[in-house]
Design a binder for this molecule. Structure first.
Ligand SMILES: O=C(CO)[C@@H](O)[C@H](O)COP(=O)(O)O
Length: 245
């Protein structure tokens, strides 16, 4: 299901839209055939997917290198654009990412001196889409404690906990990740805020039940949608069914 203009009007409306679909799958485009991204986007839309996830890597923060805001802008879709900046200098990329039409922008605090500044840069109306806001998201590596975000929780709409190091594959949601989710909920309650919680990394039909057991609002999955053998629609249905079990 796609967001309406009302769902896009405010951050709270957008958060409520995603919560209604929880756990909402954000599908990682990077796992699709790079020569056929357009087909992948069309297939995801046809299957009713609401969130399209872009992994932006700079070969510095993480080993691989991928297309950035140009690809985000090129994807013409009703799906929400969820952009994960896995880069050494997210502040440099934020203006182009906003201009590209991102609805959710993730920055990493690891190696970023000015997290507070980066989040303030995301606190803007998006040019050309009157009144529309982006969700300010922070992604945390497996080794990063959630307490890192405590001082800025009032500036954050979404926290994504990675089950794998950014740029690598494999990993899986485990008990340690579950403890991080619980710690985050405690910190958020103490701060009087309610950020969306997402889980990213190693999500397959076999592992999504573990992730959904932690009651996240969003789950990121790429390979299990594009490389699991069946059609994209069937793979998505399989993941949704496994998440509900
Ligand atoms: O961002 C990362 C970490 O490199 C990935 O976790 C992708 O976001 C999802 O990839 P799959 O493992 O689902 O293909």
């Amino acid at each position: 299901m796609f967001p309406t203009l009302d769902d896009l009007a405010t951050r709270d409306a957008l958060k409520a839209f995603l919560r209604r679909a929880a756990p909402c799958l954000s599908v990682g485009l990077l796992a699709a055939d790079a020569m056929a991204y357009g087909t992948a986007v069309a297939d995801l839309e046809a299957a009713g997917s609401a969130l399209l996830h872009f992994d932006v890597m700079d070969g510095v923060f993480c080993p691989a290198f991928t297309a950035g805001p140009l690809l985000v802008a090129a994807a013409r879709t009703q799906m929400l654009k969820d952009v994960h900046l896995m880069v050494a200098d997210p502040i440099a990329l934020i203006p182009a990412t906003l201009k590209a039409g991102a609805d959710i922008v993730h920055v990493h605090p690891e190696g970023l001196t000015h997290l507070h500044r980066a989040l303030a840069m995301l606190d803007v109306d998006v040019a050309g889409r009157s009144g529309r806001r982006v969700l300010r998201a922070v992604a945390l590596n497996p080794a990063t404690p959630v307490d890192v975000v405590a001082p800025v929780l009032d500036q954050i709409d979404m926290v994504t906990l990675l089950a794998v190091d950014p740029g690598w594959s494999g990993g899986a949601p485990d008990a340690a990740l579950g403890r991080k989710v619980e710690r985050l909920r405690l910190l958020a309650a103490e701060a009087g805020v309610d950020p969306l919680i997402a889980i990213d990394g190693g999500i397959t039909e076999a592992t999504i039940g573990i992730a959904s057991g932690f009651r996240p609002d969003v789950i990121v999955s790429g390979s299990a949608v594009f490389k699991a053998g069946a059609s994209i629609a069937d793979n998505l249905e399989g993941l949704h069914a496994a998440a509900r079990r």
